[in-house]
Ligand binder design. Structure first.
Ligand code: UT7
Length: 333
C-alpha cells in the first residue's frame, strides 16, 4: 500500500474563441440544427483558427492558466503527460512543446494516445508516479485540435468534433480519504476497423493518393461505435459503483466523455443516477476528444467540494475505455 494518494489540486482550461454553429455546418453539408441536436446533442463547437498553430497552442494556454491558478513555479513541475490524438507533429511529443512554451524545464514528459480515453489513461499513468513518491508536481493535459482531421464534406462526422484543451495538477497527499482511489481501463484493438485515421502512419504513409482519397480525416462507422460506447461506458461505471459500494444517491458527480448526448443519458440511466449530477457541456464544445474530461472539471471546479465522490468514464478509438473513482480534494477559492 502506497503512502500517498494522488490528488488533483487545480484545473486550467482553454477553448478557442471561434464558435462554429450548426447553421454554419448546414452551409457546408446537407444537415440541420434539428438533426444534430436530436441525434448528437451539439449546438456549437469551438475551432482553432490561428494560422500555423497546432494543439500545443491550446495546451500551453491551459497549462499557463493552471500554473497561475495554483501558484506553481514551472521549475517545480517534474513531469508533464499530454493525452492527445492530434499532435502538432508526428514527433517530437506535443508534451515537450507545451513544456517549452510554458517554461517547464525540469520535467520529463510524453504523449499518450488512447483515443477519447487519452486523458483518463494519462491521469492514471501520472497518478502512479505521484503515489510512488518519486514525482511531486505532475501536470496532465488533455488537448486536441480535432478540426485538423475532420472532413467538412462528411456530414456523418463533421458535426461531432471541436477543439479545446485543459490540464490538471496532480500532487501527493498523505490523506488517504481524498484523491484518486481506483481506475479500470481496457482496450479492444479489433474495434480499430470502426474508428481510425487510415493514412499518415507507417502502414500507409502520406501520398498524393491518400490525400485525394481523403484518408487523413477521421473515419467512423457511427453505429457500431455508438453501441460499444453505450455498453462499455455503462459497464465500467456500474462495476466501479458496485466495487466501492457507491449507491446512486451517494455519488456526487458523474463525468462522462462527451461524444453523444444519447450515450451520456443511456450511461446515467444504467447507473441509476439523477441527471443533475452529470457534467455535460457537449452542447457548446462538441467532442474535443482528449479534452472533454478536463474541460468538464475546469467548468465545474467551483461546484466541486472537498470529499465529493466522482466517477469519470470514457470510451473511444481503439477501442479504449475506462473509469476512474476519485474523491475531490479541495474547495475552489
Ligand atoms: O468519441 C469517440 C467515440 N465516438 C462516438 O461515441 C460516436 C458514436 N456514434 C454516434 O454518436 C452516432 O452513431 C452518430 C452521431 C455518429 C450518427 O448517428 P446515428 O443515429 O447513428 O445515425 P446513422 O449513422 O445511423 O444515420 C442515420 C441517417 C442516415 O440516413 P439514411 O441512410 O437513414 O437515409 C444518415 O445518412 O442519418 C443520416 N445522417 C445525417 N442526416 C442529417 C448522418 N449524418 C447526418 C447529418 N445530418 N449530419
Amino acid at each position: 500500500m502506497s503512502k500517498y494518494n494522488a490528488i488533483i489540486t487545480g484545473v486550467g482550461g482553454y477553448v478557442p474563441d471561434y464558435i462554429m454553429t450548426n447553421q454554419e455546418l448546414a452551409q457546408k453539408v446537407e444537415t440541420t440544427d434539428e438533426w444534430i441536436m436530436t441525434r448528437i446533442g451539439i449546438k456549437e463547437r469551438r475551432i482553432l483558427k490561428e494560422e500555423n498553430e497546432g494543439t500545443s497552442f491550446m495546451g500551453a494556454k491551459a497549462v499557463l492558466q493552471l500554473l497561475e491558478k495554483t501558484n506553481t513555479n514551472p521549475d517545480d513541475v517534474d513531469m508533464l503527460i499530454c493525452g492527445i490524438v492530434t499532435p502538432d507533429m508526428q514527433f517530437p511529443a506535443t508534451a515537450n512543446i507545451i513544456s517549452d512554451k510554458t517554461g517547464i524545464k525540469n520535467a520529463f514528459g510524453f504523449d499518450l494516445n488512447a483515443g477519447c480515453s487519452s486523458f483518463l489513461y494519462a491521469l492514471n499513468t501520472a497518478s502512479k508516479y505521484v503515489e510512488s513518491g518519486t514525482h511531486k508536481k505532475v501536470i496532465v493535459v488533455g488537448a486536441d485540435k480535432m478540426s485538423s482531421i475532420t472532413d467538412y464534406t462528411d456530414r456523418a462526422t463533421c458535426p461531432i468534433f471541436g477543439d479545446g484543451a485543459a490540464a490538471v495538477l496532480l500532487e501527493p497527499s498523505e490523506d488517504k480519504e481524498i484523491g484518486i482511489i481506483d481506475t479500470t481501463m481496457q482496450v479492444d484493438g479489433s474495434g480499430r476497423k470502426h474508428l481510425h485515421q487510415l493514412a499518415g502512419g507507417s502502414q500507409k504513409p502520406s501520398s498524393f493518393e491518400t490525400v485525394l482519397n481523403r484518408e487523413h480525416f477521421i473515419y467512423q462507422e457511427g453505429q457500431p461505435v455508438f453501441k460499444a460506447a453505450v455498453s462499455k461506458m455503462a459497464d465500467v461505471s456500474v462495476d466501479m459503483m458496485k466495487k466501492h459500494d457507491i449507491k446512486p444517491d451517494k455519488l456526487n458527480w458523474f463525468v462522462p466523455h462527451q461524444a453523444n448526448m444519447r450515450i451520456i443519458e443511456a450511461t446515467a440511466k444504467r447507473m441509476g443516477i439523477s441527471k443533475d449530477i452529470v457534467m455535460i457541456n457537449i452542447h457548446k464544445f462538441g467532442n474535443t476528444t482528449s479534452a472533454t474530461i478536463p474541460l468538464l472539471l475546469w467548468e465545474w471546479e467551483d461546484k466541486l467540494k472537498k470529499g465529493d465522490q466522482v466517477i469519470i468514464a470514457t470510451f473511444g478509438a481503439g477501442f479504449a475505455w475506462g473509469a476512474t473513482y476519485l474523491k475531490w480534494a479541495y474547495n475552489a477559492k
